[in-house]
Ligand binder design. Structure first.
Ligand code: PGA
Length: 254
């Protein structure tokens, strides 16, 4: 892992968490991070939107960052049930995940929509984590790198720089399944993403690339040590403080 790219371990709680459990989990993560001496890694948690304020208060002063899981492209308006990047920011978020495969699949989000959401994040002063990843069918057809390239080109707003963007590579077939690509497959995907980024940003070498999909305490060190991996986007394992902290710790030594 290159030190010029600060490791980022992001927990995506997805649609999990009621106030009491969320508070306990956030506090346990904050306590673990406060007690740690893992150097320069960043630890981010992305709870469901209604918990952002509660979680932001609970982790204040610990160094733990808080983000949203999605945002609408517009700042406000007649969009029932949606939440804007400005609202996330107002609630205490500094980051937002956009283009997660569950949103692309469940909500029909296209690359153009994802790009508009990343632009909305910038407008509100949030750092977007743009997710891309191939399905199993695409992988089996040998189309992984082509799919990553086209998703990245379609989802990246013009004007992206390393300071304004994080990219997460999440193979759809690895999310929540316990399956992961080999470290050489991860490294090949990340190297390709960085090559594509070189045509899209002035400082592609500094953009942080996260791997996501079945990361847990026991496989984190290996996955994080793969070439061009600067951190992890963690789903299921981020709901257990010990597991999530073990992954954050692995990021430091990876
Ligand atoms: P998982 O989810 O860690 O449960 O596989 C990852 C993600 O969807 O970000």
């Amino acid at each position: 892992m290159t030190r010029s790219r600060r490791p980022l371990i992001a927990g995506n709680w997805k649609m999990n968490g009621l106030r009491a459990d969320a508070l306990a989990l956030a506090k346990a993560v904050a306590d673990g991070v406060k007690r740690s001496s893992w150097g320069d890694r960043e630890v981010l948690i992305c709870p469901p939107a209604q918990l952002i304020g509660l979680v932001a208060d609970a982790v204040r002063g610990s160094g733990v960052l808080v983000g949203g899981q999605d945002c609408h492209p517009a700042a406000n308006g007649a969009h029932t049930g949606d939440i804007s990047a400005e609202m996330l920011r107002d609630a205490g978020a500094g980051h937002v995940i956009v283009g997660h495969s569950e949103r692309r699949t469940d909500c029909g989000e296209t690359d153009a929509i994802v790009r508009a959401k990343a632009e909305a994040a910038w407008r509100a002063g949030l750092l977007p984590i743009v997710c891309i990843g191939e399905t199993l069918a695409e992988r089996e057809a040998g189309r992984t790198l082509a799919v990553l390239e086209s998703q990245l080109k379609g989802s990246m707003p013009v004007g992206a720089t390393a300071a304004r963007l994080v990219v997460a590579y999440e193979p759809v077939w690895a999310i929540g399944t316990g399956k992961t690509p080999t470290t050489s497959e991860v490294a090949a995907a990340h190297a390709h993403i960085r090559r594509v980024l070189a045509g899209l940003t002035p400082d592609a070498g500094l953009v942080r690339l996260l791997y996501g999909g079945s990361v847990k305490g026991s496989n984190a060190a290996e996955l994080l040590a793969a070439g061009d991996v600067d951190g992890a986007l963690v789903g299921g394992a981020s709901l257990k403080a010990d597991e999530f902290l073990a992954i954050a710790k692995a990021a430091q030594s990876g």
